[in-house]
Design a protein around this ligand. Structure first.
Ligand code: NDP
Length: 409
């Protein structure tokens, strides 16, 4: 299986060659939490970057404002209803406007130096695959792409000769900690997590948790979906699957540790007993900067880490009894094939239902696990050979989850 370390060295040489040139960047999901953090970071670097395409789904006003501010060449709104308004808002600016799913793919297919892939959810699959075929580098925030389509996506990256850099803070930490070490010396990769807003809640308290309570992430301000995933620890489950595809290890070499301060973002244990970690205050602009500048570095405005003032850092084992979503990673590895696509799709349906107050908080993990087992029983978990196989599995996972909703409401 193709892993990140195999793809890295050629692309790193290319990145070194390009150092010092203005780099052309497109941002998919520009209006979201990762997208706006990326543009904020880029704006602090004057002429070092040029923005090519920016995309959003429905938020026309924010997209137009970002396109004008960052002098983008193209702005694309996924929902066709937004086209007239986008065109009107960009009139006279020279910025091209487009709309619809095909235009999103075209925006992702422009030959730029880097695409920031920051669309949320499985909706990011087709555009991110398009970016893998066209861009020199894909900075990947859309973890669902690896969770749902891991082997197919890594092959697409390899076939295109593109470079893949993780944006998720834990995977960025691991990537920086490995930094070219021969994979045979890696013993274990540990992803850290805050434990979410319900880390100290009892199962009974969690049974009555509301969307507003789930939305209060202790350290990060993120999009709605990933914030709920952080509360269930499904986010860590998805991140384990993401790490499995990115890094040259077996599933049993991956672990999660709860670290409420979120200063240590991930660490790697090596055969000589060394443990290398990456630290920093929780601010997505740091891993984003790493994904844009690697193997060089660029300045980012995160608050500086003062370990003396912090005094202590704490670590604890995750409680899979209260957070059963975490254990679904193991089951997904066992089932293999399109299990990740089914799990991810079922989770997206469950999160939407929770946010719409149709199901209680504990039902999110229960429903996702139920859909996964149902798919396995019905022979719907298969080995995917292309993106269309993954999208078919995603649709089956969604249908299964919707069919199960009533059981959990
Ligand atoms: P947000 O919800 O904040 O933003 C999502 C972006 O995707 C928006 O620009 C949105 O446009 C666009 N979008 C939504 N639906 C669609 C669709 N159907 N088709 C095309 N575009 C769409 O998400 P985040 O920035 O929080 O997360 C983005 C990705 O990064 C996710 O995969 C998440 O797991 C990952 N990630 C996020 C982190 C964070 O700190 N937020 C950390 C690590 C990973 P519009 O505004 O118009 O709706």
């Amino acid at each position: 299986m193709q892993k990140l370390a195999d793809i890295d060295s050629e692309a790193a040489a290319l990145a070194r060659q390009q150092e010092g040139c203005a780099r052309r960047i497109s941002v998919l999901g520009a209006t979201g939490s990762v997208g706006t953090s990326t543009l904020d970071l880029i704006a602090r670097h004057g002429d070092a970057f040029e923005i090519d395409a920016l995309t959003a789904q429905t938020n026309v006003a924010a997209l137009a404002e970002l396109a004008l501010k960052h002098r983008a060449r193209l702005a694309v709104i996924g929902s066709t209803q937004g086209y007239e308004e986008l065109k009107a808002r960009l009139a006279g600016s020279g910025i091209e406007a487009a709309a619809g799913p095909a235009a999103l793919i075209e925006a992702a297919s422009r030959p730029v130096d880097c695409v920031m892939a920051a669309i949320v959810g499985a909706a990011g699959l087709r555009p991110t695959f398009a970016a893998a075929r066209a861009a020199r580098r894909v900075a990947l925030a859309n973890k669902e792409c690896l969770v749902s389509a891991g082997t197919v996506f890594m092959s697409a990256i390899k076939d295109a000769g593109a470079e893949l850099l993780p944006v998720d803070s834990e995977h960025s930490a691991v990537h920086q900690s490995i930094a070219g070490t021969d994979p045979k010396f890696i013993e274990r990769i540990v992803l850290t997590g805050s434990g979410g807003p319900f880390r100290t809640w009892s199962a009974v308290e969690m049974a009555a948790a509301t969307p507003e309570q789930a939305a209060r992430h202790p350290n990060f301000s993120m999009g709605r979906k990933i914030t709920v995933d952080s509360a269930t620890l499904m986010n860590k489950c998805l991140e384990l699957i993401e790490a499995y595809h990115l890094f040259p290890v077996r599933a049993d070499q991956l672990a999660v540790v709860v670290h409420p301060q979120q200063i240590v973002h991930g660490f790697v244990e090596f055969a000589d007993g060394s443990v290398i970690a990456q630290m920093g205050t929780p601010d997505m602009r740091t891993p984003i900067a790493s994904s844009l500048a690697w193997p060089a570095r660029m300045a980012a405005p995160a608050a500086r880490l003062d370990l003396v003032r912090l005094g202590s850092l704490t670590f604890e084992a995750p409680d899979e009894r209260r957070f059963p979503a975490l254990g679904l990673a193991r089951r997904t590895f066992e089932l293999g094939g399109t299990a990740g696509a089914v799990l991810n799709a079922a989770n997206e349906v469950a999160v939407e239902a929770f946010l719409a107050r149709q199901i209680p908080f504990p039902a999110i993990a229960a429903l996702a696990g139920d859909a996964l087992e149902t798919a396995a029983r019905q022979g719907q978990v298969r080995e995917p050979t292309c993106l269309d196989d993954v999208i078919a599995a995603d649709e089956e996972g969604r249908a299964l989850a919707r069919g199960l909703l009533r059981r959990y409401s």
